[in-house]
Ligand binder design. Structure first.
Ligand code: C2O
Ligand code: CU
Ligand code: CU
Length: 532
């Protein structure tokens, strides 16, 4: 079934180049605009546990074509870039056999899967090169769209950017009754949104100091591992499972003809009613599922803002082209889905506050340090050309937002530097992350209210082994599509979350909470908790 699906899509996609090339009406830059050689959307292979309940995931290095005719060093799961979509039935007992054929240490974190911490690949659960780690997990959570990626302290960003990530769908088998599309690869499409700076050669991830401070953003947008793909879709309702798998870029999505995205689920499962959204922000690590109506038959482009400025230019992400030859299974948007309910905030047994601390002054000082003073020895080499560091430090990050939060190109960047060796440090719970320090003890099964505060820029908060509801963002209740169970929330200012501690975390394998800008996570904007 899976193989046939992929073959069919490839066959369809190959004929679409000419049609795609005629379309140019958006006002953004044209470089990523529906190239004449736009590839068909690759669909990750769908895999399920074998007869013994085993799923094999082999991590290895390879080479990958992000654009037709180019090739770059990469890594992937059961392939050369990214990995399969793992479909797991709720209630199933599954052995996730992760073989590390990378030639370097790694870990594998089940982002969004609620399993005890010893079965989850946080920074403490290292898989040595050549070894296989086989946690046996029981799936026990609502239908949801999740993912997996490595979580090495100080090295998550590089490993994820190389391509080590895959998808997990938890299903209860009832999407047909709900009126939701469920033909994988036809009207049920996963879209992994990422960005890159180079798509050729060996140094696919080479952050400089500014990248560590702002997060690594490239100027080439890719979906499921290729630039600007074209998806053939049936002339009906199609389900898009959106994952922001980028290290740092926020996607601010909209469809080019103004038709809405009907968002019906987020990280932790369904929101009460599918609501039309004209511009959908998806932060790193965050997931949304939405329905799009293609019954009118016209093609449409998915666009995103070039940076986090609402008035800025737009970039082309990918294109959808309805194809009358594809079977239509769903013709109407379901009016309602299961309401996730709302726990009473008075259930909370305590409040805690955390500040996303960029340590801007200390980190900016690193950029001015004479060569040789930094641990890395790079000195000024990491400086972004064309900026004056003295005034930048005075003005803070705000004035850099416009230029720095756009994707940078390879020619833009300074000398590459490894996260921990750079001397850049950030914090989430007062001090930069320390593997040996437990920051929080939470009562298993309890609720707490966490107040989160940002300083200079927006940060996507994420917590392992727990789920939360947004109570307020800057004093306001969340918009409907952010009001369900979540594990990632983009915070810009002040927010209050009601967190439920779902799964046990022992002292040898604490759970993490952190900024999901992976460079920030790597330089210490992370903390850990155990349950008691
Ligand atoms: Cu997706 Cu701790 O991460
Ligand atoms: Cu996670
Ligand atoms: Cu951050």
């Amino acid at each position: 079934m899976t193989d046939i699906t992929i073959t069919r899509r490839h066959a369809l996609g190959l004929g679409l180049g000419a049609a795609a090339a005629c379309y140019l009406p958006w006002n953004g830059v044209a470089r990523a605009a529906a190239r004449a050689d736009a590839p068909p959307l690759p669909v990750p292979p769908l895999i399920e546990p074998d007869g013994n309940g085993v799923v094999k995931l082999r991590l290895g290095k390879g080479r990958h074509a992000f654009r037709v005719g180019s090739e770059a060093a990469s890594a992937g799961v059961n392939g050369s870039y990214l990995g399969p979509l793992l479909r797991l039935e709720n209630g199933a007992r599954v052995t996730l056999a992760v073989e590390n054929a990378l030639g370097e240490e790694t870990t594998m974190h089940w982002h969004g899967l609620f399993v005890p911490s010893r079965l989850d690949g946080g920074p403490h659960n290292i898989i040595k090169p050549g070894e296989t780690w086989s946690p046996e997990v029981t799936i026990d959570q609502p239908p949801s769209f999740n993912w997996f990626h490595p979580h090495m302290h100080g090295d998550t960003a590089r490993q994820a950017h190389m391509g080590l990530a895959g998808l997990i769908v938890v299903t209860d088998g009832k999407d047909g009754e709900r009126g939701l599309p469920q033909s994988y690869g036809i009207d049920d499409l996963p879209l992994v949104l990422q960005d890159r700076r180079v798509i050729e050669g060996e140094d696919v991830y080479a952050p400089d100091l500014m990248d560590l401070i702002h997060g690594f953003r490239g100027d080439i947008l890719i979906v499921n591992g290729v630039e600007g793909p074209v998806a053939a879709v049936p002339k009906g309702i199609v389900r898009l499972r959106l994952l922001n798998g980028a290290n740092a870029r926020n996607f601010h999505l909209r469809l080019s003809d103004g038709r809405p995205l009907h968002v019906f689920a987020s990280d932790g499962g369904f929101v009460a009613a599918p609501g039309p959204v004209s511009r959908l922000t998806v932060a790193p690590g965050e997931r949304y599922e939405c329905l799009v109506d293609f019954s009118g038959g016209s093609a449409v482009d998915l666009l995103t803002l070039a940076d986090d400025e609402e008035t800025g230019e737009e970039l082309h992400v990918m294109r959808f082209v309805p194809d009358a030859g594809l079977p239509v299974a769903v013709t109407a948007i379901p009016a309602r889905l299961e309401d996730p309910g709302m726990p009473d905030p008075s259930l909370s047994i305590r409040r805690r506050s955390f500040v996303f601390d960029e340590r801007l002054a200390a980190n900016m000082a690193l950029m001015k340090a004479p060569s040789g003073q930094m641990e890395s020895g790079h000195g000024m080499a990491g400086m972004h050309s064309g900026h004056d560091m003295g005034s930048m430090e005075m003005e803070g990050m705000h004035d850099m937002d416009h230029s720095m939060h756009q994707g940078r190109s390879a020619g833009d960047a300074g000398a590459p530097v490894a996260a921990l060796a750079s001397g850049v440090r950030m914090a989430m719970a007062g001090e930069p992350f320390d593997m040996n320090h437990i920051d929080v003890e939470a009562k298993l099964g309890s609720f707490e209210i966490w107040e989160l505060q940002t300083q200079e820029m927006a940060h996507p908060f994420h917590i392992h082994g727990a789920s939360f509801r947004i109570l307020t963002k800057n004093g306001e209740p969340p918009v409907p599509h952010e009001a369900g169970w979540k594990d990632v929330a983009l915070i810009n200012g002040r927010a209050e979350l009601l967190i439920r501690f779902d799964r046990e975390a022992d002292r040898d394998h604490p759970f993490m909470f952190h900024c999901h800008i992976l460079e920030h996570e790597d330089v210490g904007m992370m903390a850990q908790f155990v349950t008691v």
